[in-house]
Design a protein around this ligand. Structure first.
Ligand code: NAD
Length: 418
């Protein structure tokens, strides 16, 4: 699989191999489960505001088709490359299977810094990228959603471009859309709320009280900011946050409504009045009860894993912890890890609800969405913890085992095609 050669893909493969070893999976099945089913690489030419033309590289990877259409976010970030997208697609497969959703995993992305483009340039880029994906995506085929660097507006442009091509509205082609055009109530908040819910369950499991406990958040975008607000509602204090521009802390607890307005206006947490600046590399090392990485992959590595001082590591981001760091955390045994494919699954669960609502043109209240979300997350948490305790294995290995087993079972039932 040299095509996907990349440190993040290597990490996803190593996690998968640990599960396949445990399950004594035959080599042929191992290769089938690991290999992405298909990938599309496209050039995305965009007319810039100054009249010049730039060409961006875009990708979409569909990992497996055994359980239904594929599902996964679209990432806009300068480092996006095929192998990273393939790794994220593989994690989506295990995440969807772990939570019982009828999907295979997918992921897409464009190598671009969205903060450096105007809104008009972003719209042209998104529409052209979508145009290149027509035939590869669709409500019964592959359903994109927002991820790092994309949002509801991006999904609205994708939905509109696809619909123009189809000649009629196709809301079910993407999820994470604005509510006004077929989005679901609660979708924007779902990932962060799920992260906070599961961090709370981990604290219950350890016998830690939420009231007065502290949290640190790396990445103050959709997932990180909503997780922060939800943790505060549960009684915690958020004492430090960071984003791509820097980090801040206030041991008494940050005033989040004020910080929201600050970030909305200035696009950075830096300079927030009621806080002290913090070197970003120290953010993850602050003593706290709950640490939420909600930015990029490979933030917790062998160089800082020994120095984490949290009780619960609630992985909002995909792939924030390397296998080397995992080994260190497992040996330490004093950090309860809620692994990414469980911890941030709230997003895809409510994306699934959005897709169901779009296909039926029948929309639910926010209360219904949230009740059903927490029921699914609770079930996945209990099953993962149950397996981890029964077999004496780490939470990540347990969660990945449950996901991989379900995909493997479907492949055995269906045969070689999907
Ligand atoms: P976002 O673009 O809304 O926010 C990302 C945040 O991370 C921003 O504040 C950005 O400044 C910050 N950031 C980027 N690079 C950083 C770095 N090197 N150090 C510190 N901060 C950095 O993205 P998002 O949708 O919140 O996604 C964040 C993570 O959560 C990603 O790993 C994504 O794959 C994962 N995730 C997102 C969803 C979803 O529904 N949006 C669902 C599941 C998982």
């Amino acid at each position: 699989m040299d095509l996907y050669k990349n440190p993040v893909f290597d990490m996803a493969c190593r996690q998968f191999d640990a599960v396949a070893d445990r399950l004594q999976m035959p080599d042929g099945d191992r290769l089938r489960l690991k290999s992405p089913k298909r990938a599309l690489c496209v050039s995305v030419p965009v007319r810039m505001e100054d009249g010049s033309t730039r060409v961006f590289a875009g990708y979409r990877v569909q990992h497996h088709l055994s359980l239904g259409p594929t599902k996964g976010g679209i990432r806009y970030h300068p480092w996006v490359e095929l192998g990273e997208v393939a790794a994220l697609a593989m994690w989506m497969s295990w995440k969807c299977a772990l939570t019982g959703l009828p999907y295979g995993g997918a992921k897409g992305g464009v190598a671009v810094d969205p903060r450096a483009l105007t809104s008009g340039e972003l719209e042209r880029l998104t529409r052209r990228y979508t145009q290149e994906l027509i035939g590869f995506i669709g409500p019964q085929l592959d359903v994109p959603a927002p991820d790092l660097g994309t949002n509801e507006q991006t999904m609205a442009w994708m939905m509109d471009t696809y619909s123009v091509h189809a000649g009629h509205p196709v809301p079910g082609v993407v999820t994470g859309k604005p509510v006004g055009i077929g989005g679901s109530l609660g979708r924007r908040e779902a990932t962060g709320r799920g992260v906070a819910y599961l961090a709370g369950r981990a604290m219950d499991t350890l016998g830690l009280a939420a009231e007065g406990a502290t949290a640190v958040i790396q990445g103050y975008g959709n997932v990180g900011s909503v997780a922060a607000q939800s943790l505060v509602k549960q009684g915690l204090r958020v004492i430090a946050v960071g984003d791509a521009t820097g980090a801040i802390n206030n041991p008494k607890g940050l005033d989040l409504p004020h910080l929201e307005r600050w970030v909305a206006e200035r696009k950075t947490v830096v300079g927030f009045p009621e806080s002290e600046p913090l070197p970003p590399e120290e953010l993850l090392l602050l003593p706290c009860d709950v640490l939420v990485p909600a930015a990029m992959e490979r933030q917790i590595t062998e160089s800082n894993a020994t120095r984490l001082r949290c009780r619960v590591l609630a992985e909002g981001a995909n792939g924030p912890t390397t296998p080397e760091a995992d080994r260190i955390l497992n040996e330490r045994g004093d950090v309860f890890v809620v692994p990414d494919i469980l911890c941030n699954a709230g997003g895809v669960v409510v994306s699934y609800f959005e897709w169901v609502q779009d296909l039926q043109s029948f929309f639910w209240s926010e209360g219904e969405v949230m009740d059903r979300l927490f029921r699914i997350l609770e079930g996945a948490f209990v099953q993962t913890l149950g397996l981890a305790r029964r077999d004496g294995i780490p939470m990540r290995l347990a969660a990945t085992t449950l996901g991989v087993q379900r995909v493997w079972e479907a492949k055995k039932l269906r045969g070689l095609f999907p």
